[in-house]
Design a protein around this ligand. Structure first.
Ligand code: GLC
Length: 590
């Protein structure tokens, strides 16, 4: 059978909730768990099957929750464990599953393990720090993080942190360096230490016993670092990545982690894997991951030399090549893909891959068509279901994202830029805050997100882009998402059908078929504001065709097109038709 074995997580549509920006129930300007509970019916109406909840754990929020202080407690601003229990109950009552973020490459520097690790170095005479009270005075946490001796002016190697600066911080009190592949406040756990791994598995088990349905695993292919900590290529944007991405023991760690925890439950998991190729994906899937997030399509607009610092024009043929190769080299090989266009680390999808101006609605629908009819489990970032757009940043004071702030700071220090004017276009195009602005529920004050002051500014376009208006308009992006989600439930071919690319060299149209037994789905998406003509290539045989869904409803383009082409009297048949700007259509052929 096509698409490998059947599994609920292949059939599921995942909806990502970024809690601080979803819905604020108590007026402090920060979204919270009771706010999500209030919207449980909303999620049910949209028809999603799984919620991926970004970190809600206790954390000082140096990196918006990806710096965890206590894995088994909820951040005060988000609510309590009782609120969380209510959330999972409300979701499960509606047949919506819940997956949580697993952030175990690093913790916060305020996590008890790190505090103890510092103390134990001090106790062993490595530094001046006082040893605090300890439950278990025999325990030794020294080896729980990656510490190295060395001269305070000379870090152990040249690796950099993902958000800029050295990946090492010298702890004066301890008299040693510690490694952090992200912020200074995010020390990397030492996965070589079996006690660390046991503590992580215990924690995962604890959440699984609470009833969760799986994990999204943060930067999971960074866990293993070579013992010798060799220098990386100094010219790389993330120096050292060739050593810590897919490090020497990664397969062993992933296999152990899944065997010890997830395999004992009916769960799904998805690993966030920076720099991964299809070959890595196949290995990680063999090792127990269900699917991974790779980064190839979200790097198409990064410059080859200048990386983040220059926007590169990309071509639709490159985009098609990425998805087609991943399908062939992962899904055709018995693995499974995760399909995403955006998330909390990426700009808004309609601004990046579509047209957030004149063709916002049509292009948001076309992106939805692609996302929900590709072979792979689709992930929808909150707000994309109404076509939310990037934020029009006017100053750095509007930026909270430490990645953007770090780059701009470094750019200033290096004399690369003088002022915000020099980077406005980059911040607008790339800041992770673009997707983190509050969900726009209404056209009212603060878009109905909060009665207080929102922690990140609300996008001014909420006057016209908001859930209330979208739900009232049958032709909206929201209704289109809902219809597509419902179609996936009705047609196994959308989930399991084999994928075949048509017209690989076409620069405007992305067209493909999905085939399962004697059914074929034909998906034709115009990724441009032109009006190209689609012609079905030879070899796609069928007797009957039915238009299942289209961005512009059921009528054919020729009847309504604004182009000056002669109208054809083509019926809604797929052999040949004109497309309107950003139009897509999905046919069922049999
Ligand atoms: C992942 C998260 C991102 C975070 C980083 C460090 O990439 O998605 O938001 O900043 O890991 O944990």
């Amino acid at each position: 059978m096509s698409g490998g074995e059947r599994a609920w997580w292949k059939e599921a549509v995942v909806y990502q909730i970024y809690p601080q920006s979803f819905n604020d129930s108590d007026g402090d300007g920060i979204g919270d768990i009771p706010g999500i509970v209030e919207k449980a019916d909303y999620l049910d109406d949209l028809g999603v099957d799984v919620v991926w909840l970004n970190p809600v754990y206790d954390s000082p929020h140096a990196d918006n929750g990806y710096d965890i202080r206590d894995y088994r407690a909820i951040l005060d601003e988000f609510g309590t464990m009782a609120d969380w229990e209510r959330l999972i109950e409300e979701l499960h009552d509606r047949d919506i599953r819940l997956i949580m973020d697993l952030v175990v490459n690093h913790t916060s520097d305020e996590h008890d393990w790190f505090l103890r690790s510092r103390e134990d170095h001090a106790r062993a005479g490595d530094g001046d720090l006082e040893s605090g009270d300890r439950d278990d005075p025999d325990a030794d946490y020294r080896d729980w993080y990656v510490w190295r001796d060395g001269d305070p002016d000379d870090p152990p190697n040249n690796w950099t942190g993902a958000f800029g600066g050295s990946a090492w911080t010298y702890d004066e009190d301890v008299g040693k360096w510690y490694l952090h592949l992200f912020l200074e406040k995010q020390p990397d756990l030492n996965w070589k230490n079996p006690e660390v791994r046991e503590a992580v598995y215990d924690m995962m088990e604890w959440w699984l016993e609470e009833g969760i349905d799986g994990f999204r695993m943060d930067v999971i292919n960074l866990l293993s670092k070579p013992q010798s900590l060799p220098d990386g290529d100094p010219d790389d944007e993330w120096v050292g990545h060739e050593h810590f991405i897919d490090g020497p023991r990664i397969d062993e760690y992933l296999t152990e982690l899944t065997e010890r925890t997830l395999d004992n439950y009916d769960t799904m998991n998805v690993g966030e894997c920076v720099g991964a190729t299809p070959e890595h994906a196949r290995r990680y899937i063999d090792g127990g991951l269900d699917m991974i997030f790779h980064f190839e399509h979200v790097r198409l607009d990064w410059d080859e030399e200048d990386g983040w610092w220059r926007l590169r024009d990309w071509d639709l043929t490159e985009f098609k090549e990425v998805f087609t190769r991943w399908d062939r080299e992962v899904a055709d090989e018995g693995g499974w893909n995760a399909t995403y266009l955006g998330n909390h680390d990426q700009p808004r999808i309609v601004s990046r891959f579509g047209d957030d101006d004149q063709h916002r609605v049509a292009s948001a629908k076309t992106l939805a068509t692609f996302l929900l009819t590709m072979r792979g489990t689709p992930y929808i970032m909150q707000g994309d279901e109404i076509g939310m757009t990037n934020y029009p940043f006017e100053s750095m004071s509007e930026v909270i994202d430490p990645q953007t702030a770090g780059r701009v700071r470094e750019g200033m220090a290096a004399g690369r830029i003088d002022s915000f004017d020099d980077v406005r276009h980059l911040v607008r195009a790339r800041s992770r805050d673009n997707a983190r602005t509050p969900v726009q529920w209404t056209d009212g004050e603060h878009a109905g997100f909060t009665e207080g002051d929102p922690w990140l500014p609300v996008n001014p376009d909420h006057a016209s882009v908001n859930v209330a208006d979208a739900r009232a308009d049958e032709d909206s992006v929201w209704h289109y998402y809902r219809d597509l989600i419902a179609l996936r439930d009705d047609h196994a071919v959308i989930v399991y059908g084999d994928y075949d690319l048509l017209l690989p060299d076409h620069r405007e149209i992305y067209a493909y078929t999905r085939t399962l037994d004697d059914e074929t789905l034909l998906v034709v998406c115009n990724f441009d504001d032109g009006t190209p003509t689609f012609e079905l290539p030879d070899g796609v045989a069928f007797e009957e065709s039915e238009l299942l869904i289209g961005t512009h409803g059921g009528e054919v383009a020729a009847a309504a097109t604004a182009t000056d082409r002669e109208p054809t009297d083509a019926p809604a048949a797929p052999e040949r038709f004109d497309l309107r700007p950003w139009e897509s259509r999905v046919y069922l052929l049999s």
